[in-house]
Design a protein around this ligand. Sequence first.
Ligand code: SF4
Length: 450
Amino acid sequence: METKEHRIREIQPGSIGEELELVPGDLVLAVNGQTLEDVFDYEFLCRDEYVELLIRKESGEEVIYEIEKEEDEDLGILFENGLMDEYRSCRNRCVFCFIDQMPKGMRETLYFKDDDARLSFLQGNYITLTNLNDSDLDRLIRYRMEPINVSVHTMNPDLRCQMLHNRFAGDALKKLDRLYEAELELNGQIVLCPGYNDGDELESTIEKLTAYLPYMKSVSVVPVGLTRFREGLAPLKSVTAEEAARTIDTVERWQKQLFDRHGIHFIHASDEFYILAGRELPEEERYDGYLQLENGVGSMRLLWEEFSEALREEPGREISAAVSVATGRLAAPYIEKMARLAEEKFPGLQIRIYPICNDFFGEAITVAGLLTGGDLMRQLSGKELGERLLLPVTMLRSGEEVFLDDVTVSQVQGALQVPVNIVKSSGADVLAAFLGQGGFRDTDYPGYEL
Ligand code: SF4
């Protein structure tokens, strides 16, 4: 294997790295005599009480540092590349891929199709297993990089090849067996595409996935998202209200059986199915501890529960204020209910809710996280916005004040002539924002993910 050098970007103050007088620009060549493929080799090899670090200084001199430390003590080294390796891109062309349905001319990083097991472990990304070789699998198992989140979509190998447009995608499912045999924690995801993996196919996929219990902890079913930019792509239909209801029936039937047998509900339909079908969201207990919030499974229920609790604890009083909230069409009815409850408890408070239609990607995209600054400015222009406009943090790029279309929060403020408050994601944050409390411009928040 080719030897890799890993450039240090920063040394944390007070760390072992600082004590050793390591500096940004130094290159880490090996740990305990072994070269490092990526961050997992580094983390794994440094998990020891005695570590030998081979460094090349800027002068070209190579130095071995012998370090005695607590087993879990970090060396305080941050690398220029967080993964210490190239990000792996996917080898598929999924019929439902959202990235293929994005308009041209957006920020280049938004078009990157990652399919990287290391990001599954580090950030919770879902992987298809199609670009994992045997040595990758060995490392996943040896380092116990769990949970591994798998985009399954179907357990029918031929159908999986067709949906992922990859002739190896069916065989790749066998890798699930190795992860299961190694007792690694797993989660699964199914993007439901009407006419492909719904109906009997969904039934059979759920049944086959139950064989991975108890190490597979949860499987989500999410509806395919279709933008208005699908020219030249395979024809696909959105999930209708009837199809959403049928999917919920299938999922809930399995939930009952599996809960009786295994004590967990295992399979979950995302919030969007319930909203599409006009059904009540499942009660909190049914989410098994909210294992797939990032897939929109249980987020609305959790938000509602947190908001209700915060509202119960807050003493009622007169509040003279008028605020507005802009959000996606999916969440708007729930935010509307929260607003009415808050208005009852706080006389004088007036909250207007504006559901924003996604003109940028197309009206079938209803989540707040894919709304753009341009749509906000156009649709809210001339509207009564009160003293403050509240926007959910999911609309912004992680840690920044920039929307998907590169419009900034300041531009929206300027165009609409209203102060904008960014609301973090919990129900308590929503209530605090209604009441004008809380640190709204904190940029340490998780933003959108495609
Ligand atoms: S959906 Fe994911 S795995 Fe499929 S083509 Fe797009 S990025 Fe790749």
